[in-house]
Design a protein around this ligand. Structure first.
Ligand code: SAH
Length: 374
């Protein structure tokens, strides 16, 4: 076997049982069946769905179209508490909000809400911890605790949508428009839960939240078979691939899963995603000083992306200034090297942007989510 062994088996949540079943785990038909099992008419499940996904109602007292006795039953059976806030931190004058959540079994995850002039984005977790062991990422250092359930993933978004609607985020009432699976965990390692969450986020209300699939981004370390599977699901979400290096030698070191799937295979799978969905794939590239930010690597990146006759119109490179994490030996690139990297990619016809670093001072920026409590 080459390199470090990273289990690819979809492991069931470890330890203290499964997260409680929640409305957001089920589609509308399954909810209606579950209501009948509770001895309640199926249409109650739909009414409850309207409250949860459409009106974003939090307080059962406000669900006045449900008879009081049945309301308790429904709330108990469908809306168990999934996420308990442990700590909230804000930055950027209240427009960036990071929340640490405790799950039913004590596992900790984080989400980050970022409000911009034209949109509001929630960055969500898909696993408590992560098993991909990328050495520059804070989450990767602690290993994987467990994957989250569909409802645990979705509920992070619903809570953010409520906060936006209720005007609790600086800037007044607004609408949550975008979701990125760029918090803790590898979403394609928690494939089933992630796919369920993607469906629930994009299904029209009251089945789901009714977000535009284009505004939902699933970010992956590059689990090639899962990328291909997602491409075939027929949901045109945006795919982001965390490439970070254009050559196997370096990528084996900074993205250890590369010892299983080479750069060539990974980029081919990303291109397949574009071919199947028509969605441009975002290539994430964290700029690490003296490691992956040299001019020759910019050229090699352009070669790798446009190789095999792929051209350049299928992709977009998103450079992320590295957020140094405790104990990591790497730092962000020199701004001049970053500019040169951008210049070379653009000269090769590759659309390139540099990501802003929202929430950096509250450890809420990319790769800094580590769920340390205290
Ligand atoms: N497991 C998914 C989601 C990870 S977080 C993935 O690998 O894509 C989202 C992005 O932040 C990834 O591109 C990840 O590589 C990047 N990232 C992780 N640590 C970082 C750090 N310290 N600085 C900048 N980006 C980082």
């Amino acid at each position: 076997m080459r390199g470090r062994a990273i289990p690819l088996v979809l492991s069931p949540p470890k330890g203290r049982g499964k997260p409680p079943r929640h409305l957001a785990d089920l589609d509308l038909v399954e909810r209606q069946a579950a209501a009948k099992e509770l001895g309640l008419p199926g249409f109650r499940a739909k009414q409850l769905s309207v409250h949860y996904f459409e009106r974003l109602v939090h307080d059962p007292e406000q669900m006045t179209d449900l008879p009081a006795a049945q309301r308790d039953e429904l709330v108990k059976g469908f809306l168990p508490e999934l996420l308990t806030p442990v700590r909230t931190q804000t930055a950027d004058r209240g427009t960036t909000v990071k929340t640490l959540w405790k799950l039913f079994d004590g596992a900790l995850v984080e989400s980050v809400l970022m409000r911009y002039a034209d949109r509001a984005t929630i960055c969500i977790s898909s696993q408590a911890g992560c098993g991909m062991a990328c050495p520059f990422c804070a989450t990767g250092q602690g290993g994987l605790q467990r994957s989250m359930s569909t409802a645990e993933i979705v509920h992070q978004v619903v809570i953010a949508a409520r906060a936006m609607a209720a005007g609790e985020v600086a800037g007044g009432p607004g609408r949550l428009s975008n979701v990125v699976f760029m918090g803790m965990g590898e979403p394609l390692h928690a494939y089933k839960a992630t796919l369920g969450a993607v469906r629930r986020l994009t299904d029209p209300a009251p089945d789901g939240l009714g977000l535009s699939a284009r505004h939902v981004t699933v970010s992956t370390v590059g689990l090639v078979p899962r990328m291909r599977q997602l491409a075939d699901e027929g949901i045109p979400v945006t795919l982001a691939l965390s490439l970070h290096a254009p050559d196997d030698e370096l990528r084996n070191e900074i993205v250890p899963i590369n010892t299983r799937f080479s750069v060539a295979e990974t980029v081919e799978a990303a291109y397949y995603y574009f071919q199947q969905t028509g969605r441009r794939v975002s290539i994430e590239y964290a700029m690490m000083r003296g490691i992956n930010d040299q001019a020759h690597r910019a050229e090699l990146l352009a070669d790798v992306l446009s190789g095999e006759g792929r051209g350049t119109n299928w992709t977009h490179v998103n450079l992320i200034p590295l957020n140094p994490t405790p104990g990591s030996k790497w730092t962000a690139s020199d701004p001049a090297d970053e500019r040169e990297f951008v210049r070379r990619l653009e000269a090769r016809g590759i659309s390139t942007t540099v990501r802003d670093t929202r929430g950096r001072e509250i450890d809420g920026a990319c790769g800094q989510l580590a769920a340390a409590e205290g």
